[in-house]
Design a protein around this ligand. Structure first.
Ligand SMILES: Nc1ncnc2c1ncn2[C@@H]1O[C@H](COP(=O)(O)OP(=O)(O)OP(=O)(O)O)[C@@H](O)[C@H]1O
Ligand SMILES: [Mg+2]
Length: 240
């Protein structure tokens, strides 16, 4: 049975989709069977990060609406499988139907990532419906940290007990100079257990997640690999 992890944040633009794509690549590299599902209805972006925008014909909405077989909505990105998000909401997209759709892939994968939209409204609730664990992504600043604290509480209200924290866009020098919060402060303020820290990396842009250009030697990619191994239960020391 797949571990189904929703990637959430509260605030927008903090790196949820980048983390979804990066962890998918890292787990693929560990030999895991990974499915990444974009749940940002109307504002999808994972197809761009994976470099497959022209291959998107169907999405998970089509599975729920009965417009296609589930296999026909899956796009192969190297050894990762990917399903794009619908462009519009539909009343048929209920938490029950989303859960059924996500769980229908249970036996085919080791990990299913669900890339949530920003905020804690309807789209977030749908993204939570199929998940049994969550990763909240925070940048090391007060505004984002508060939104993550609230999001973590919401995740628990949705019945997701296992919530872990990724600190993204971390700049060690600026943290040491107290320009940003340090790792301990982010953990204390969010009250969420840390699973990893990803450094600021100017080269992390969309093309870096395509199978041909993913560079496991880059500092951010090494962080993804360490987090991926922790997700699979390995004891990997924290490196900043
Ligand atoms: N570690 C990082 N270092 C540098 N830039 C980053 C890092 N992580 C993400 N970014 C950049 O930040 C921007 C937003 O990232 P991303 O789209 O993953 O955020 P998001 O949380 O999914 O946004 P949204 O809330 O709109 O879905 C992108 O331009 C991405 O390349
Ligand atoms: Mg996103």
């Amino acid at each position: 049975m797949a571990k189904k992890i929703v990637i959430a944040s509260g605030k927008g633009g903090v790196g949820k989709s980048t983390v979804t794509a990066g962890l998918s690549r890292a787990l693929e590299n560990e030999g895991k069977r990974v499915l990444a599902i974009d749940f940002d209805i109307g504002l999808r972006s994972l197809d761009l990060l994976f470099g497959v925008r022209e291959l998107v014909v169907k999405n998970w909405g089509d599975i729920i609406l009965g417009n296609c077989e589930k296999e026909n909505a899956v796009i192969h990105v190297g050894d990762i499988d990917f399903i794009s998000a619908p462009l519009f909401f539909n009343d048929e997209f209920t938490p029950e139907k989303v859960r059924e759709m996500v769980h229908s892939f249970d036996e085919d994968y080791d990990v299913i990532f669900i890339d949530a939209p920003a905020g804690i409204a309807q789209g977030f609730s749908l993204a939570c419906a199929g998940a049994d664990a969550a990763i909240v992504v925070s940048t090391p600043d007060d505004v984002c940290v508060r939104s993550v604290e609230i999001t973590a509480q919401n995740l628990k209200n949705h019945g997701i007990g296992e919530v872990r924290l990724i600190i993204n866009r971390f700049i060690k020098k600026l943290s040491a100079k107290r320009k940003f919060l340090n790792v301990d402060q982010v953990i204390d303020l969010t009250t969420v257990q840390l699973v990893g820290v990803i450094p600021y990396d100017a080269k992390i842009g969309f093309s870096s997640m395509q199978s041909s250009s993913f560079n496991f030697k880059a500092s951010s990619q090494k962080s993804f690999s360490r987090i991926a191994r922790r997700i699979m239960g390995e004891n990997v020391p924290l490196k900043l």
